[in-house]
Design a protein around this ligand. Structure first.
Ligand code: NAD
Length: 438
């Protein structure tokens, strides 16, 4: 099929490249000229494992093209996907749909009758209805609007897209359903579950999924606090409950709280939807509050490791991206942590394997290094904020030698207390007994 992908960010670029790899002809559109120029020159705008090779091979085959010319891409397309950003609106946390509606109005100017328009962006319930209304206002009647929320995870985006746990399609007519079945046919043949629902249900399913995962993370974080108070180990508790099939082992890692481009904004947007509908969602509301508090709590943990005083201390931070295998810094837990450390008088020296460029735009007064050991050199404490694989196998003896102080604050529970102590480090983990307690 001929597909136009409007918005060439994390989701649009990965989806576009994967659809092209399925054999479709995909034109990825973005209004960011520099991004499109870069892609046409073989430069990836984001760091995502396997993406560059996938984009290049499909571009070489002529199945994947990049342009700023939305009109040309849409005129030629049988299906138009909208994958623009839907950030939280400042002030109230409602999903900001400005980019979505701007794109829809542009699409409406040129779309051919019979085209299927699909929202891949995460959008609140009822957005598909409003999109249909905009098309009608623009005099377009014969268009099908469907919802196909995306569940990929950054850092594993291509594998997730090609081997999804499920594909959710919210469609109100056969044309949209048929088009999406055709587009996803290779996955369908691979027996990926396809769930066909009403459009509003599909829109809500995405928010419910992210809210549930956020709840799961906050739940284990609170259990970690309890473990510290009663001298139990959260990792064993997580394993003990995670082996229960009804619970499952994923998203049960205690840490500094969730961040990223989705959970924070999607939980807030779900609450806005609930408020507008007059239905309170107390669990999600509490989850948001628990997660916000958690980051301040993490800074206290560093302070305690340094004897209660951050002023004048040199703190090495490992990992800045919101999770490993991505350069995405949106709502990364490192942001409030590093900013609070700086505000409280510490000097911060940081290392992240790929997010440095993004981080430099966010932090001022932070020194960056090219590896973990250079960050540790002369620091009073080493704080692991993001669990990149390369931080899992540090030479702790060397770290202990390089550090001026001996504190290892392991916010991702990468190391065992015993091995850290053997290297001469004072170890502070998360939820692994009373020694971790604030
Ligand atoms: P992003 O910010 O990386 O990319 C959005 C792109 O859209 C930008 O490049 C921007 O320039 C472009 N854009 C905006 N308006 C445009 C227009 N009118 N025409 C052409 N291009 C336009 O965003 P993202 O992370 O890819 O997220 C996109 C959507 O997917 C969001 O709704 C998000 O919630 C959802 N989502 C994201 C993820 C993720 O892991 N990032 C996962 C699932 C769903």
């Amino acid at each position: 099929m001929r597909i136009a992908m409007i918005g060439t960010g994390y989701v649009g670029l990965v989806s576009g490249a994967c659809f092209a790899d399925f054999g479709h002809r995909v034109c990825c559109v973005d209004k960011d000229q520099a991004k499109i120029d870069g892609l046409n020159g073989g430069l990836m705008p984001i760091w995502e494992p396997g993406l560059e090779a996938l984009v290049k091979s499909n571009a070489q085959r002529g199945r994947l093209t990049f342009t700023t010319d939305l009109r040309a891409a849409v005129t030629d397309a049988e299906a138009v996907f909208i994958a623009v950003g839907t950030p939280a609106r400042r002030g109230d946390g409602h999903a900001d749909l400005t980019f979505v509606f701007e794109a829809v109005r542009e699409i409406a100017k040129v779309i051919r009758p019979g085209t299927v328009v699909v929202t891949k962006s995460t959008v609140p319930v009822g957005t598909g209805d409003r999109i249909e209304q905009i098309f009608r206002e623009e005099g377009i009647e014969e268009v099908s609007v469907a919802s196909n929320p995306e569940f990929l995870r950054e850092g594993a985006a291509i594998a997730d897209f090609k081997h999804p746990d499920r594909i959710v399609v919210g469609a109100e007519d056969d044309r949209a359903q048929d088009a999406l079945r055709e587009i996803y046919r290779p996955l369908f043949l691979n027996r990926a579950p396809i769930l066909i629902t009403g459009r509003r249900t599909a829109e809500l399913t995405k928010y419910a999924a992210n809210a549930f995962l956020a709840v799961k993370i906050s739940f284990i974080n609170e259990i970690a606090d309890l473990c510290e108070a009663v001298d139990a180990d959260v990792q064993d508790v997580a394993r003990g409950i995670g082996l229960d099939n009804r619970i499952g082992p994923k998203f049960l890692h205690a840490g500094p709280g969730y961040g990223g481009s989705c959970f924070p904004k999607d939980t807030l947007a779900l609450l806005q939807t609930a408020d507008a509908a007059g239905v309170d969602q107390r669990i999600v509301r509490t989850t948001v509050a628990v997660n916000d508090d958690r980051k301040a709590h993490m800074v206290e943990r560093v302070s305690r490791a340094l004897g209660g005083e951050l002023k004048g201390k040199r703190v090495a931070v490992l990992g800045l991206a919101f999770k490993p295998n991505t350069d995405d810094m949106r709502e990364a837990p490192s942001i409030p942590i590093v900013k609070a450390l700086v505000d409280r008088g510490a000097s911060v020296v940081a290392f992240d394997p790929v997010a440095r460029q993004q981080a430099e735009q966010i932090f001022s007064g932070v020194e960056f290094t090219d590896d973990a050991y250079a960050a540790a050199n002369g620091a009073d404490a080493l704080v692991i904020v993001t669990e990149w694989d390369e931080f899992r196998a540090l030479d702790l003896d060397k770290i202990a030698e390089l550090l001026r102080g001996k504190a290892l604050v392991d916010l991702r529970n990468v190391y065992d207390r015993a091995e850290a102590e053997e290297a001469g480090l004072a170890y502070y983990g998360v939820g692994r007994g009373k020694l971790d307690r604030d």
